[in-house]
Design a protein around this ligand. Sequence first.
Ligand code: SAH
Ligand code: SF4
Ligand code: F3S
Length: 465
Amino acid sequence: MKRNTDFNQLLEESRQGEVLLLENEKPQARKLYLESYGCAMNFSDSEIVASIMNEDGFSTTNDINEADVIFLNTCAIRDNAETRIWARLRDFKSAKKNNPDLIIGVLGCMAERLKTKLLEEQKLVDLVVGPDAYRDLPNLIQRVESGQKAVNVLLSREETYAEISPVRLGGNGISAFISIMRGCDNMCSFCVVPFTRGRERSRDPESIITEAKDLINDGYREVTLLGQNVDSYNWNEEVNFAQLLEKVALINPELRIRFSTSHPKDMTDEVLYTMAKYDNICNYIHLPVQSGSSRVLEMMNRGYDREWYKNRIDTIKSIMPDCGISTDTISGFCSETEEEHLDTLSLMEYAGYDFAYMFIYSERPGTLAARQYPDDIPNEIKSRRLQEIITLQLKLSMESNKKDLGKIHKVLAESISKRSKEHLSGRNDQNKVVIFPKENFMPGDYVNVLVDDCTSATLLGKAIK
Ligand code: SAH
Ligand code: SF4
Ligand code: F3S
């Protein structure tokens, strides 16, 4: 049963509704309560928002009652992500009644998707700001204070917030995200991201390297380079993703490097060889497959078929036999047959994923799929297919973890384990969570752990001298 709970969490957005507090912020008179939803890019954006707001006279709070401003940084990827935000907004009604000066803002992808429609909801929302308009927040706040509603949902072809140094929020002080690009040009037919985040643009590599150096000077030991499709990173035809990875790897051998998300159609062998060449680039790739059927992949406009994907998996394993691989799947996409669902299961077996985020198809207004194909798979069938995918992934994760028993893993300790003060939690190169007795180790230490037990979600072991 316990294992099932671990996996049920994967059905949700990876993180949701976390309240973020600034580290080392300037104390300010006014208070911002900032709640974030959705993917890592959104959490990374919240750090930029907090930084801009801190300059404008706000420090963060985790107490709604003392907030002058409440921001929800939202996600629009599936319908349930938005349902949750509507419910959250209703929660704020009484806070607004008690304090009529309270400013409530909706930021991020749902703001971009719904625009002024958000203002219509019971006159609760004062401010709507899309992902490329955060520099305008101080002006928008002023406008609200003068009694108007304020909206800025302009998307940009250039904005990367390159030189805004994000204040780190609510992290563990050990691992941090660095956005290396924004937007997406891919137009997968099911996906709302190109509409909410606009055109793809890459960030200046120098500013990325400066940010990574600052992080290591502040005691951080791991950075995750973020983009919707990191393989298409391209700075002025001069620096591609493999070259950027190399530049970041060379900063300091003690700094671990991860990245997400790789796209099967764009992931190059050059990236794989660069990963293999540098010890501090983690051998782990998140390579979302979405479906194992070539016909469905074509309808999804993913730009690869089943054979191509299998070849990518084969190539990863030949260049890095120990590479961790994870995926995303969508069950019940328009017209998916039973046989095509079985194709997804068999491709999962083929890849032997260590981990997966597994979703039910949710039609998003305005996307290519919503315009072209009926959402015709009944919910019960979608759910049953998802359940079969989860059951298989549990088995695959367990098999993968059992292969790690009896081996020594280099683990970066990140924090005290949530379940026991006497244990540390960290991750190995392959991104698997490893729990071990704390002894005299501290978060930030690299520890060699001999793994002797596991669940499908976690490795358990003990440090060796
Ligand atoms: N850029 C990444 C994905 C970002 S969205 C990539 O291309 O892989 C994260 C995941 O959400 C996707 O991989 C997909 O599995 C899922 N997803 C996106 N749109 C969805 C939809 N309309 N319904 C269900 N799942 C969806
Ligand atoms: Fe969406 Fe596809 Fe872009 Fe990923 S690559 S963000 S799934 S459009
Ligand atoms: Fe959600 Fe926007 Fe990320 S839609 S998944 S927060 S890019």
